[in-house]
Design a protein around this ligand. Structure first.
Ligand code: ADP
Ligand SMILES: N[C@@H](CCOP(=O)(O)O)C(=O)O
Length: 311
């Protein structure tokens, strides 16, 4: 396959994975975006410019995650490698449980899709398969690709994703701490096995969550209960779990977003705002201690890629 364009622009959403009981399966795309522009260079150089989240932290060479994913996608379809100039404007915070690494991986693969002569070779299914291989789990990549809420699953033959309905009254609120926690560390504290009763509990709540998200937001509190990951992670994010507990006691469907430490409230819209606003204000008092409260719409588009005329 050839390269068919020399400049593309990609927009990719943040995602919140798990949503409580949907560990490694459920995810929701949120209207908070990273923008990446990729230009092919005549030389073999890699130039990476980053503004916003991760500026000064992420590598500016071949190790940059968008570059790695883009190169992996070009290799997968047999397209030639080239020098690259990336301009990244990042809004998704890193190491907070809002899917920044999945966004970077999906952005890189989507950029490759925009650059090659036969974009259909990088179908959504192929993109999800490669992104899952790089991420190790599909729950962020699926909504980053498709938008909305998704359930994703792996089989011997590949990775599937199906869209879930999200009721218009559901109002996601991300409550983001200043501290970071890598997904790798947060996965490292999970046990190898769990009691059968917890697995049974979890299966029931994950099924209920599909109904609650789509048709019965009044059931979200029960539907977001988890026994497979959040409590095991308490020691590495005690403040996040304390906030989840406080909000849930107040009746708000709060969960750890992805591998944390962000807390996601699946609030319900009211005439004055959402049913979580008072509980969030009470949990923090007058100072936020470095936490940010981000009411975020559900992104319904997923990753977007457009070729750009050189000029
Ligand atoms: N836009 C990006 N560009 C380059 N690297 C990124 C980008 N976003 C995330 N990363 C890499 O992924 C790491 C965060 O990934 P991870 O620990 O999985 O947390 P998150 O919950 O934010 O996905 C960052 O520290 C950085 O190394
Ligand atoms: N299911 C994963 C989700 C990780 O999401 P992230 O946004 O924290 O990368 C997990 O819980 O480990």
């Amino acid at each position: 396959m050839r390269l068919g364009a020399d400049r593309v622009r990609v927009r990719v959403p943040a995602t919140s994975a798990n949503l409580g009981p949907g560990f490694d399966a459920l995810g929701l795309a949120l209207a908070l975006y990273d923008d990446v522009e990729v230009r092919l260079l005549g030389s073999a150089d890699v130039v990476v410019e980053v503004t916003g989240e991760g500026a000064g932290d992420v590598p500016d060479d071949e190790r940059h995650l968008v570059v790695q994913a883009l190169r992996a996608a070009l290799d997968l379809v047999g397209a030639p490698q080239a020098g690259l100039h990336l301009v990244c404007h990042n809004r998704i915070p890193h190491g907070r449980g809002l899917g920044s690494s999945a966004a970077a991986v999906v952005a890189g693969i989507a950029a490759a899709r925009g650059l090659v002569s036969e974009p259909e070779a990088l179908s959504d299914e192929v993109v999800l398969g490669l992104a899952t291989q790089m991420e190790g789990h599909p729950d962020n990549a699926a909504p980053a690709i498709h938008g909305g809420a998704t359930v994703a699953w792996s089989t011997a033959g590949g990775v599937g994703a199906a869209p879930l309905v999200v009721h218009p009254d559901v109002a996601p609120i991300a409550i983001v701490p200043a501290t970071r926690l890598s997904t790798e560390s947060a996965r490292g504290v999970l046990p190898a096995t769990v009691p059968h009763r917890d697995a049974a509990f979890q299966a029931g709540r994950a099924a209920l969550l599909v109904e609650a998200l789509g048709r019965r937001p009044d059931l979200l509190l029960d539907a977001t209960a988890d026994r497979l990951h959040q409590d095991y992670r308490r020691a590495v994010m005690p403040h996040s779990l304390a906030l989840v507990d406080a909000l849930r006691t107040a009746g708000v469907a709060a969960v750890v977003s992805g591998a944390g430490p962000t807390v996601l409230a699946l609030a319900r819209r009211t005439a004055a705002g959402t049913d979580a606003d008072e509980a969030i204000a009470t949990a923090f008092g007058p100072t936020m201690g470095g936490w940010r409260v981000l009411p975020l719409a559900v992104d319904t588009d997923g990753v977007q890629v457009a070729r750009v005329a050189n000029g």
